[in-house]
Write a protein that binds this ligand. Structure first.
Ligand SMILES: [Zn+2]
Length: 1013
């Protein structure tokens, strides 16, 4: 017997023993140690504020006393969860820092800032010994997180596991109206620091608990403002939390892939930096504690199966323990599907850890109120044997009891089985590194000749931010590609971006020994899959497929996100492990596209490839003279696409600096190209929001800020008051509101009750800042609609998408475009293929065909050449012949007269309007003249190749229909999107459709070919 196998056997025995231990007993009884003194006064208050004894547990129905360490009362003035008390973030931090200064078991770390400059923190609580060796422990865990450091040596790993303690990371109040976790986590930190009961001591000795008490800090402070307003205005309705963070509300929990928000980056860096094993995120929208750790199908397809087992082990154990406490309404499984990796907690699932999420029950504030539940909430089901009560008085203290009890049980379980979970952590990390040899792929390759180096660099930087290593090939290399047969995916297409075929332009497809090969040029980037965070890259870059007949009918979120496709970046999934032998070097810093000015002359040319940095460039030099070419051309030995920039009267060295920074190649020349050009201006942009919801437009604002495209932020109420919008703006963007019906945009909120102010005041210092109003209720109004119409009439450009496209169509802003109601269509946040219809439109500049776009159920546009016409595809019956003589394709013949030739029926493609007939043109009051007709720029692809990624059912209802339409509106234009071009930081490839429209707002008719009649 070798030493190695001996150790393996010992390991096996110990694993068995620990696993058995995990299942049978945390032998230490949960609850207070009678020998330990209790803070009587605090304990009395806990019991007073808890509305029923069964809404508490032996773990939280007392507070241990400490002579040195102050309780949360020191800051709150009462106990955690007390009615009427909701601390600001700085108060929570003050308490955590008080803990730090009074206990060697607590350490506070600053983990970054929010968009508005507020601090985020993480609080570590453990034994003195563990806190003293935090850094050494971290260094040990780092070897488990990246087993390449120990050559994947299991024996070595065992030694490290034996000498390390795991890190359990808890995050609170990412969702600002879910208000309970800060006080729960203050008290939890106190308990972990001072309680000498064996149960808590065991946690402290064997685990580092890491706590971020407030994730959405900007939103927390606003929420506390609103609550203070509510307390100061008893009996009145209070304003809803229209803004949480600077940009988005609830969707701050959909950013774990795109990392657009500071809070996500800060939590990710903390999780990765600490080499934590768990990320446990606290929410409060389900009674009384839904541990959705187990969740429902389908599970994310890229997680390590070990994680699925961990979810079950942890989730069911958690519920089991709390069931024994007799607390009603604790359950797991539930209805939350575990498909999308966009949730904050999924940072752990995608980085070899364990993701967890609690939904407890909050009152959106600290009032104690009677809560009545719906039958679906209080019914008993197989996974909820002790359901919540149909009606109960509910307090924030109850919520804090549930949160802390669940967490203490979880921490206890994890501490007891720390070695078991560390071993899993190591194994999952190792499995990630072994990916090329097991499931594959070997690597994702980003070809060195991608025509969009800026977009490519952007996506690679995102992967770097996710913790992935990126390599660059220093010589060309060739790999074998899978042969072309495509089973399983009915709507398969040869995609130009992702896909395991010969995706991409150019040099694919040589046959070598029968197998197709592909050669990638030097300079191609590789994301190798033999690295510890390969899993997140695979999740983000692969295609998703959600079967239309999947048993899961309550789809929780988007079904697809494929970043290569949505980023308009070529990404090739390579299975051939030979890819890993290519000559390559690891990219040291951030991936950057090469840029700068080359050549001589005072005219500067920039190719238009739809890289978003081009918009930044235009606004950086807003006083320079920019023109855009209406046709492709060649100059300075280079091919330039239609739309390429011709820049004059600009300082060369400034331009060079900007081009280097932005990764744009600029060619200096003496001769401007001879093709037709038109000026592109630094248009004056406004983004208009409602006071109904700001989240979906928030994603637009975020990207405008990212690319430094300036805009004024206005509300529908501002537009209602402004009769001359053209004096201030060239472009008004009405981004999606999110499920708003057009009438609501006009009417706003009901005017029955009291005014709802959203503004800064002494009572509410954190409101305002983004936008303000005396009363959130009034909407756009009919006057506002008129002002908007006049804006377009007089030459402005109005941009709308999804539900605001519906708004524009409903109120007559889109003559010739109507919207068809879907019948069986289901597109649940999917990636669909588009086809180019009019590449000469300035909106399409820089784009080639087959752009992938993000679609969530339409709208389905139909076109007509008459105002009010229904248009679009004619009903099949129209084109079928009527009963009579002859074959199906033959004409009928009335008897006793000679046959006549039938007049030709007007024909049109689905995305076109049917040509006007002579009958329609006779006294054509409703006929739209050719120059005023809608111009389709992109359409959805044919059914067969429509689906790129995600769920698509009855896709024929939207296939071939127009997706992006430029509608002339007297002197101006309305640009309609069926897709959402700017969504959750995931659709970087379609942003430039919007930027093109802005830059060419007064030249949108360029390249237009008009119908004859
Ligand atoms: Zn939530």
């Amino acid at each position: 017997m070798t030493v190695r196998s001996f150790i393996s056997i010992i390991w096996l025995l110990s694993v068995t023993a620990i696993a058995a231990f995990a299942q049978t007993a945390v032998q230490i009884k949960p609850g207070r140690d009678p020998k330990v003194a209790v803070d009587e006064e605090y304990t009395k208050k806990i019991r007073e504020y808890t509305t029923e004894t069964f809404f508490n547990s032996p773990l939280t129905d007392y507070l241990p006393a400490s002579s040195k360490v102050p309780t949360p009362k020191a800051v709150l003035g009462d106990v955690a969860g007390a009615p009427g008390i909701l601390p600001y973030s700085h108060e929570v931090y003050r308490y955590m820092r008080t803990l730090e200064s009074s206990s060697p078991r607590v350490k506070v770390y600053s983990i970054g800032k929010t968009e508005e400059g507020r601090e985020m923190i993480a609080v570590a609580v453990s034994s003195e010994a563990n806190i003293a060796k935090v850094e050494a422990n971290r260094a040990q865990l780092a070897k488990l997180a990246d087993p390449r450091a120990i050559n994947l040596n299991d024996d070595e790993a065992e030694k490290i596991i034996a000498a390390s303690v795991p890190v359990y990371y808890i995050t609170g109040t990412i969702h600002s109206p879910e208000t309970g976790s800060p006080t729960a986590l203050m008290e939890l930190a106190y308990r972990l620091a001072v309680d000498e009961s064996p149960y808590v001591k065991q946690i402290r000795d064997n685990l580092i608990t890491l706590i971020t008490p407030v994730v959405e800090v900007d939103g927390r402070d606003r929420q506390v403002d609103v609550y203070r307003w509510h307390l100061a205005n008893p009996g009145k309705n209070w304003p809803g939390l229209i803004y949480w963070g600077k940009y988005v509300a609830h969707d701050n929990n959909r950013d774990a892939m795109a990392l657009s928000l500071q809070l996500t980056r800060n939590v990710l860096n903390t999780f990765i930096g600490w080499k934590a094993q768990v990320l446990h995120d606290l929410h409060e929208s389900v009674p009384y504690l839904y541990d959705n750790t187990v969740g429902d199908q389908p599970y994310n397809a890229w997680i390590d199966p070990i994680l699925a087992d961990e979810w079950h082990l942890i989730g069911w154990y958690n519920v089991g323990e709390m069931t024994k406490f007799g607390m009603p309404g604790v359950f797991t499984h539930g209805t939350f599907d575990t498909w999308s990796p966009s949730y904050l907690m999924f940072i752990a699932a995608s980085h070899n850890g364990i993701s967890r999420l609690y939904e407890t029950f909050g009152n959106a504030g600290a009032d104690t109120v009677e809560r009545t539940l719906s039958p679906s909430e209080y019914s008993r089901t197989w996974y909820r044997q002790n359901p919540p009560l149909p009606r109960a008085k509910w307090s924030q203290r109850n919520n804090n009891n549930y949160q802390q009890t669940g967490l203490l049980v979880s921490l206890g379980h994890f501490a007891t089985n720390g070695k078991y979970f560390l071993r899993n952590f190591y194994t999952k990390s190792k499995n990630s590194i072994l990916k090329p040899k097991t499931a594959g792929p070997a690597a994702y390759v980003f070809p060195g000749d991608d025509p969009r180096p800026g977009g490519q660099a952007e996506l690679l930087r995102l992967l770097q931010m996710q913790g992935c290593e990126v390599h660059r090939a220093t010589a060309e290399f060739t790999v074998t590609m899978p042969s072309k047969k495509r089973p399983a995916r009915p709507a398969a297409v040869e995609t130009r971006a992702s896909g395991d075929g010969n995706g991409g332009d150019g040099n694919g497809g040589q046959e070598k020994d029968g197998a197709p090969t592909r050669t990638f040029p030097a300079g191609s980037y590789l994301v190798r899959m033999d690295q510890p965070y390969s899993r997140i890259a695979d999740m983000m870059l692969d295609l998703q497929y959600w079967a239309p007949n999947d048993p899961q009918r309550n789809i929780y979120d988007d079904t697809a996100w494929t970043f290569g496709e949505l980023g308009n970046v070529q990404v090739v999934r390579v299975m051939d492990v030979k890819a890993l032998d290519a000559t390559m070097e690891k990219v040291g810093g951030e991936v950057k596209a090469a840029g700068g000015v080359n050549g001589n002359g005072s005219v500067f040319l920039v190719n238009h490839n739809a890289d978003n940095a081009l918009a930044t460039l235009r606004y950086r030099f807003k006083d320079a003279q920019f023109e855009t070419a209406e046709e492709p051309f060649e100059a300075a030995g280079t091919k330039f696409n239609r739309g390429s920039f011709v820049i004059r009267s600009v300082n060369r060295s400034e331009l060079d600096r900007a081009a280097q920074e932005l990764g744009l190649k600029v060619y200096a020349t003496d001769a401007a190209p001879s093709v037709k050009t038109h000026p592109i201006k630094a248009a004056r942009v406004a983004i208009m929001h409602t006071w109904l919801s700001t989240q979906d437009e928030g994603w637009w604002r975020l990207e405008f800020d990212r690319y430094k495209v300036p805009y004024n932020y206005i509300s529908t109420q501002d537009v209602a008051k402004d009769e001359n919008l053209n004096a201030k703006y060239d472009v008004i963007i009405f981004a999606p509101v999110g499920r708003a019906n057009p009438q609501q945009v006009i009417s706003g909120m009901p005017m029955f009750g009291n005014p709802l102010p959203w503004k800064k005041s002494e009572l509410t210092p954190n409101l305002g800042g983004i936008d303000e109003t005396e009363d959130m209720r009034p909407g756009l109004g009919w006057g506002g609609l008129q002002n908007l119409q006049n804006f377009a009439r007089r030459g402005g450009l109005l941009i709308v998408a999804e539900d605001t496209s519906n708004f524009a169509a409903t109120f007559g802003l889109t003559p010739g475009v109507s919207i068809a109601p879907p019948q069986r269509l289901r597109v649940t946040g999917s990636v669909l293929r588009s086809k180019m219809v009019d590449a000469a439109s300035p909106v399409a500049y820089g784009y080639s065909d087959n752009l992938a776009i993000f679609c969530a159920n339409g709208p389905i546009f139909n076109l007509s050449n008459t105002v009010g016409g229904r248009g679009g595809r004619r009903a099949p019956a129209d084109s079928e012949r009527f009963t009579g003589r002859g074959a199906p394709d033959e004409p009928d013949t009335p008897q006793n007269r000679p046959p006549v030739e039938l007049p030709e029926e007007p024909k049109a493609e689905v995305w076109e309007a049917t040509p006007l007939t002579a009958e329609q043109l006779r006294n054509g009051v409703f006929a739209i003249p050719p120059s005023a007709r809608p111009r389709v720029i992109l359409r959805y692809a044919d059914s067969r190749e429509l689906l790129v990624s995600g769920l698509l059912e009855a896709g024929n209802e939207i296939a071939q229909h127009a997706a992006v339409i430029d509608v002339p509106y007297e002197q101006g234009h309305v640009l309609l999107f069926s897709n959402n071009p700017i969504w959750r930081g995931e659709t970087h490839g379609s942003y430039f459709l919007v930027f093109n429209a802005i830059l060419n707002f007064d030249q949108l008719n360029a390249g237009r070919k008009l119908a004859e009649k």
